[in-house]
Design a protein around this ligand. Structure first.
Ligand code: ATP
Ligand code: MG
Length: 455
């Protein structure tokens, strides 16, 4: 069906200049009307009834043409934010860099933006750039054509009118979808300078769509990578999160590295990907994440970041023990040290830190397979996540597969069988007992307090 659709599109005079959009009719693009969310449909209809142009834009149109389920629906319109706000009772104006309106429809929130234009030269109040050409403020409204030209890639610059059921294609995005090509609108060098995050986006979309980045957009990335240092960390973090949770994270990270973009973007990858065992573990974790996402399951960012940084923690843990610290205090010190460095460099939000620490701390407890402790571990709220993490460690070759197998069996069997399974001479059993005795004698000892934290 897709081939037939493209065949029809390209049988006509559809290549050429982008001054006017190609208008692609429903019988050709074949986007099923029911795939448009109710909210997006209603918002566009209502705005059009009030005399404003209104389209579904960006990623949703791209995904619909790729036959994928859009993550969310954004609408672009000729109406100003205040006008949109006045039309929809359940709406609010948000944003500082560029003002948008959130329109609420039941559980759905539709983001409505006014067509953006480019500031006339010298209009400093509306648009300002830094010394690298990066756009800092950007509050100029424009026409639909201008709005299309300001978007990053041709496949992200298509507009869908859900009332007429037509796709407006200003920059031959449909042709690029067909050719599996990620093409930048305008001059890539200038577009990257204006907003260096577009380099990360190029790799994210190429990986997610299975496309190639056109050479003129791919080549400058290596040279301009350093400009990412000027982008606010939170924006970089958001894009990286999208890449990691796109279902193509393994490919995305591979491509980041291939294009020389992991240095300084993902400082954690700088280090980890250079250690053979760390790399294997990270790639397995990413592949595992991709499988879950593509099967419609959820993934926890905490788990993912815990995996990305595990070998950092392992190295710091070993160092702390070599300095004479006990097992658990050493682990806690290592965790804090790694989190501290990474949260400064990558702005990992604090809310993930708790999950990460729990998953890491529980790793130390899997060694203990005697007495009550394995039973207590099974009851832990984070057992499942920590156990999945343990399996990755086994699969990567860091741990003997036997321990993963043991815990798999232990968690799936009944109480009586579990008691039979206990490993009397479990290597960690002895230190655990010793630690407990010492704690009773010296209740105020710092290390022991940390140990009990981990339980
Ligand atoms: P996803 O489905 O992953 O969210 P998306 O294409 O919707 O992908 P968003 O970040 O949600 O990506 O952005 C929505 C649209 O806004 C894009 O499709 C693109 O047209 C435009 N856009 C976003 N960021 C930029 C940017 N840095 N430069 C130019 N255009 C951008
Ligand atoms: Mg989006």
């Amino acid at each position: 069906m897709i081939r037939k659709f493209f065949g029809k599109v390209f049988s006509g005079r559809l290549f050429g200049s982008a001054a006017r959009p190609k208008v692609i009719a429903a019988r050709i693009h074949r986007i099923p009307p029911e795939r448009i969310s109710n909210g997006a449909q209603k918002v566009c209809e209502t705005l059009q009834q009030h005399g404003f142009a209104a389209y579904v834009v960006g990623g949703a149109v791209r995904d619909l043409l790729l036959g994928r389920e859009p993550k969310d629906f954004d609408v672009a319109t000729g109406a100003r934010p205040e006008q949109v706000r006045a039309i929809f009772r359940r709406s609010r104006i948000i944003g500082r860099r560029f003002r948008l309106v959130h329109v609420m429809f039941g559980a759905e929130t539709i983001e409505v933006s006014t067509f953006r234009g480019t500031a006339a030269d010298g209009d400093d109040a509306a648009q300002t750039t830094d010394e690298h050409g990066r756009i800092l403020r950007d509050n100029v409204f424009g026409t639909v054509e201008e709005d299309a030209r300001r978007r990053d890639f041709t496949i992200n610059a298509m507009f869908y009118d859900p009332v007429r059921r037509e796709v407006l294609d200003y920059h031959d995005g449909v042709a690029d979808i067909k050719a599996k090509r990620l093409r930048m609108i305008g001059d890539p060098l200038q577009r990257y300078r204006e907003d260096p995050i577009r380099m990360v986006r190029a790799i994210r979309f190429a990986a997610a769509c299975g496309f190639e980045i056109e050479p003129r957009a791919r080549k400058p990335i290596r040279t301009l990578a350093g400009l990412l240092q000027n982008v606010p960390k939170a924006r970089v973090f958001d894009e990286i999160m999208k890449l990691l949770l796109s279902g193509s994270a393994a490919d995305g990270v591979r491509r980041l590295r291939k294009e020389g973009l992991h240095h300084g973007v993902l400082p954690l990858l700088d280090v980890i990907l250079e250690q053979p065992q760390g790399e294997r573990f990270v790639m397995l974790a990413l592949a595992n994440t991709d499988t879950r996402i593509n099967a419609g399951k959820t993934v926890s960012p905490g788990f993912l970041f815990a995996a990305l940084l595990w070998h950092e923690v392992l190295a710091a843990w070993k160092q702390a023990q070599a300095r004479g610290m006990h097992l658990m205090p050493a682990l806690f010190e290592a965790m804090d040290q790694v989190l501290q460095v990474q949260s400064e460099q990558l702005a990992i939000p604090r809310r993930f830190g708790g999950d990460m620490k729990e998953i890491w701390a529980l790793q130390a407890r899997f060694a203990n397979r005697n007495g009550r402790r394995p039973f207590q571990l099974l009851e832990h709220l984070k057992f499942r996540a920590a156990f999945d993490f343990l399996l990755l460690r086994c699969e990567s070759g860091e741990l003997d597969a036997e321990i993963g197998e043991w815990w798999k069996k232990f968690s799936h069997t009944d109480e009586a069988a579990r008691t039979q399974m206990l490993v009397k001479d479990s290597p960690a059993a002895a230190p655990a007992k010793r630690r407990r005795r010492r704690r009773r004698r010296k209740p105020a000892e710092g290390g022991a307090a940390l140990e009990s934290d981990a339980e």
